[in-house]
Write a protein that binds this ligand. Structure first.
Ligand code: PMP
Length: 312
């Protein structure tokens, strides 16, 4: 059975509910995270990737949204491991922590006047985008939310209307993923991923001042590229036409892992197939997240999966 941790207690996920007057449901006053547990079939072990870093970003977002979470990042990490032990998944999973204004009051716009709720639960999740094919992307007609509108560096619920409109538009037009530009027309990121291009053997990705979510996968890929392939990453503003002229392009994110991009706006990137550097980085990244490279085991927290069947 899948368990949730809600407001201090463990309960079956099906019983973790909120009422229709919940503030966050009306106004998007929530902060969430997406964390992956990656199953290693040879070792029969589940490794959670960069658990504490996700909770640190989560708590930063909660601070901005004035949501009080009565736990530290370490405590949230151990609650999550407890949850995984109870739920007993032996497959790739996604963990969703969500902190929100849980008070059932409408028409209150002051965050400080509202009480807070917290829920964490795991769900099974395989590939989010096809990892073996090069994704077809388009530039979205929606622009990425500006830092002057809603803070884009944390996963604030209401912010995601922006990503969802872009993803919906792209998929209805037959593309796999949307790439959003900033209001000034620089490349920002995918609807739920950061973006990289490979140009003359160098990696380039938009800088944090281009309204990106500073992705934990982005950071991992920058380090792996440097340590394992000797590739430096330049973080700078990027133009849309640079993407069209790139040798290779890929997206990174917890859900999307490292997804190759084959075309943007129906223009092939390189030869339209998965690039060599992308392929090599993807291989390394998968070995890292499944706990196969000892050097990166400090990023992988081993979760017990023998379903303790603990009582409530
Ligand atoms: N940008 C957006 C808008 C996202 O939702 C995500 C997924 N969390 C990312 C980038 C990638 O971030 P991370 O690698 O930390 O999952």
């Amino acid at each position: 059975m899948t368990y949730a941790f809600m407001n201090g207690e463990f309960l079956p996920l099906a019983e973790a509910k909120v009422g229709v007057m919940t503030h966050a449901l009306h106004y998007g006053t929530s902060v969430f995270e997406g964390i992956r547990g990656n199953w290693n079939p040879e070792q029969e072990k589940l490794y959670v990737f960069r658990l504490k870093e996700h909770y640190e970003r989560f708590l930063q977002g909660c601070k901005i949204m004035r949501i009080k979470v009565p736990h530290t990042a370490e405590e949230l990490s151990s609650i999550t491991l407890d949850l995984l032990g109870r739920s007993g998944y032996q497959q790739d999973i996604y963990i969703r922590p969500l902190a929100f204004k849980g008070e059932e009051r409408v028409a209150i716009l002051k965050l400080q006047d509202l009480s807070d709720s917290l829920v964490i639960f795991p769900i099974p999740l395989g590939a989010y985008l096809d990892l073996d094919a090069a994704a077809r992307c388009c530039t979205s007609s929606w622009r990425r939310m500006e830092d002057t509108m809603i803070p884009p560096r944390n996963k604030i619920g209401g912010l995601y209307v922006n990503s969802i409109l872009a993803k919906t538009e792209a998929t209805l037009a037959g593309f796999d993923e949307a790439i959003l530009l900033t209001n000034e027309g620089y490349v920002s990121e995918g609807a739920g991923e950061n973006i990289f291009m490979v140009m003359n053997g160098k990696l380039i990705t938009p800088s944090v001042s281009d309204n990106i979510l500073a992705g934990i996968t982005r950071d991992a890929v920058i380090r792996i590229a440097k340590n394992e392939l000797g590739l430096e990453t330049m973080e700078r503003s990027m133009r849309r036409s640079e993407l069209y002229n790139a040798d290779e392009c890929f997206l990174t994110g917890t859900a999307a892992h490292l997804t190759p991009v084959g075309s943007i706006d129906n223009i092939e990137i390189g030869d339209g197939e998965i690039g060599q550097i992308t392929k090599e980085l993807q291989r390394l990244y998968f070995d890292v997240i499944r706990g196969r490279i000892p050097k990166y085991l400090h990023w992988c927290t081993l979760a017990s999966t023998t379903a303790a069947k603990a009582s409530r």
